[in-house]
Write a protein that binds this ligand. Structure first.
Ligand SMILES: Nc1ncnc2c1ncn2[C@@H]1O[C@H](COP(=O)(O)OP(=O)(O)OP(=O)(O)O)[C@@H](O)[C@H]1O
Ligand SMILES: [Mg+2]
Length: 113
């Protein structure tokens, strides 16, 4: 099992949700975040001296998936979020040790799927 942690542009959330739905992925947690990548939150045209990073509004999508859903989920996020511009986002894939569906007590693959 993996936890897919994707940071995307907030205005691409609708596209990513639609793309995930087409791939059969309907469970997710979405949060608002602040972040910056290799441009430190400034556009490439910025000419001043950067003393501290500039945190921009981002949207985080977290999805717990079984192994066979890792690549389809990643592809769906990329398809929905990609514009080709800087700041399109990043996806982190973490090993997920366990999951528990609280209502039933199911664990692992059954709790996720
Ligand atoms: N190494 C990192 N660790 C934690 N968060 C990161 C990391 N890289 C990117 N992020 C998060 O992802 C967001 C989007 O990153 P972004 O797409 O700007 O990546 P980038 O590496 O700067 O690539 P690009 O040059 O395409 O902009 C950042 O605002 C930040 O919230
Ligand atoms: Mg960037």
């Amino acid at each position: 099992m993996k936890l897919i942690h994707a940071v995307i542009q907030p205005h691409k959330l609708t596209d990513v949700k639609q793309s995930l739905a087409k791939a059969g992925v309907t469970k997710m947690t979405v949060t608002s975040a602040l972040g910056c990548g290799q441009q430190k939150g400034f556009s490439e045209g910025y000419r001043g001296v950067i003393h501290e990073v500039n945190l921009l509004k981002k949207t985080v999508i977290e999805i717990g998936v079984n192994e066979d859903f890792v690549e389809p989920t990643v592809k769906a996020i990329v398809d929905g979020a990609r514009t080709g511009n800087i700041g399109d986002g990043k996806i982190f894939i973490l090993d997920l040790k366990d999951a528990i569906r609280i209502r039933t007590g199911e664990r692992g693959n059954e709790a996720i799927g």
